[in-house]
Write a protein that binds this ligand. Structure first.
Ligand code: SF4
Length: 507
């Protein structure tokens, strides 16, 4: 196949998607600051991110800014693009990324760091910051992963927005106006609250908005090609008041804030013009002090209701009733640990009986499927705790009469800025053994679907989570050699870095 045809296929994919979207913004580039907002994963994944959509909306709400989007091409289109000399282009106007003033990455997950390098390479830009000059776009990044620790990407990115973007965007957009040399722009922006310049490291304060109601956060772009295709998403809270020791939410999104019922309903009404189902998003939706009223009124509007997460100890009858009346078939709980003792030790503080009670009540109301999240390798975990996971799953099925349970299992990854940040991470081999034990135990269970993550990738995530600048070259090298596990190992070896120095005891 000739390169022109391969590029034409990518453009056809982009045009098909943008034709179907509701909420896409087309603006003339003339005289405006041109920003390409990049999600370092596929369109399907990126369009599921409310944070990504919010930044798109906020940037385009400035008259002097035009913000377009780019994603990692789907595998079939990526292979084609790799063979052409054509650079990656934006969705809205199919403009090559190199022609933008600013490339802004929205980075939610550490394992997407490799795609940051990939996108810069596909854009035909020097991947390393030091090799880019005034003729190249400024490259910035924000999002949950880099707000926890930007250092692994510091050699690739010029500026980081640390924390929540809403109040940071206006002054940043002013500072980014293309009126002076890149070095001057970086210096000016580096003085702003929450902006971390890789070339001028200093301590910055993670930003947060004080009044959620002042910043409506809901779906801004609707497409059929995303996990939440049928839903209009509305954020109900930010942060979490619980104290699970492994979790970044309480510190990264501190303080806990609730959106008022009135503001949630206002967004929901807007959403019902386009969708018949409202998805409530938050770290622990059932903890919202007005959740019963919100759920009742959304169902009263004739909408179907969906919620992202529930705490077993705060699932009310009213919420279960609203979910059941919405036709929900499944609820999601995160016991995290199989045994009560370990759950107590990690700060989860939920008893077996509370989990079973929530599932029994849901099942009685007609919601007879569940998704349960567990972790292995938590500090203090013993063989009994691992064995308690399948045992608890069986009790859930039998005592609640569930017809299907999805067991999502992942490895504990120590994250910066959590009480467990200095805890060692178990070697991949041992984590795999524990995950395998759960798989073997539950394999005969017809009503269980297993979704167990790779321990090897969890270890890479751990290295990147608490990593430093030396990993910049590792990310670039791993990307250049395919991005698989072998590529990561080789890149770490070449840099003379070991997993143990990032994840071992006493690091
Ligand atoms: S795991 Fe859930 S309940 Fe616990 S602190 Fe994190 S968001 Fe809150």
């Amino acid at each position: 196949m000739i390169p022109a045809t391969q590029m034409a296929k990518l453009l056809a994919t982009i045009k098909r998607r943008t034709r179907q979207e509701i909420g896409i913004v087309h603006k003339d580039h003339g005289g405006r600051l041109r920003v390409c907002l990049v999600y370092p994963n596929t369109y399907f994944v990126g369009m599921s991110s409310l944070g990504f959509q919010t930044v798109y909306h906020l940037l385009n709400s400035h008259e002097h800014v035009v913000c377009e989007r780019a994603f990692v091409p789907d595998p079939k289109d990526l292979a084609g693009l790799e063979h052409t000399r054509s650079p990656l282009v934006s969705y809205e106007s199919q403009t090559p990324l190199q022609q933008f003033d600013v490339i802004a990455f929205s980075v939610s997950y550490e394992l997407d760091y490799i795609n940051v390098a990939r996108m810069l390479r596909l854009a035909k830009l020097p991947v390393m910051r030091a090799e880019r000059g005034d003729e190249h776009p400024l490259v910035i990044a924000g999002g949950a992963a880099v707000s926890i620790n930007p250092e692994p990407l510091a050699d690739l990115i010029d500026l980081f927005v640390v924390g929540e973007a809403e109040e940071a965007i206006a002054p940043l957009a002013e500072g980014l106006l293309p009126q002076s040399r890149k070095g001057d722009v970086i210096s000016a922006c580096a003085a702003l609250d929450g902006v971390y310049a890789s070339a001028q490291p200093r301590r910055v304060t993670r930003q947060h908005v004080s009044d959620l109601d002042a910043w409506p956060t809901h779906s801004r772009l609707l497409t059929q090609e995303t996990e939440f295709a049928g839903l209009f998403l509305v954020e109900v809270s930010r942060g979490c008041g619980r104290g699970c020791k492994f979790c970044v939410t309480p510190s990264c999104y501190w303080p806990l804030r609730w959106r008022s019922a009135g503001a949630v309903l206002h967004s929901a009404r807007e959403g019902l013009e386009h969708r018949d189902a409202i998805g409530l998003i938050g770290a622990a939706v059932s903890d919202h002090p007005e959740i019963d009223e919100i759920a009742r009124r959304i169902v009263g509007l004739g909408a179907r209701l969906s919620v992202s997460s529930l705490r077993a100890d705060s699932v009310s009858e009213a919420l279960i009733d609203a979910l059941a009346r919405s036709g929900a078939r499944s609820i999601t709980l995160a016991p995290e640990a199989g045994s009560e003792g370990l759950r107590e030790a990690i700060g989860k503080g939920i008893a077996d009986e509370q989990i079973l009670d929530a599932l029994r009540r849901a099942s009685k109301a007609g919601v007879r499927e569940a998704k349960l999240y567990f972790m292995v390798g938590l500090p203090g975990e013993g063989e009994d705790d691992v064995a308690a996971i399948p045992a608890l799953v069986r009790r859930c099925i039998e005592e609640a009469g569930l017809v299907r349970v999805t067991v999502a299992g992942a490895a504990f990854v120590p994250k910066p800025d959590t009480p467990y940040e200095r805890e060692p991470m178990l070697p991949a081999r041992e984590l795999s053994r524990r995950l395998r034990a759960i798989r073997e135990e539950l394999r005969p269970e017809k009503r269980v679907r297993l979704a167990l993550e790779s321990a090897n990738w969890a270890v890479i995530e751990g290295v990147l989570s608490g990593g430093d600048r030396r990993l910049g070259q590792v990310i670039v090298d791993a990307e250049a050699t395919g991005g698989g596990l072998a590529a990561w190992r080789q890149a770490m070896n070449s840099a003379r870095l070991t997993v143990e120095e990032y994840l071992g005891r006493g690091r």
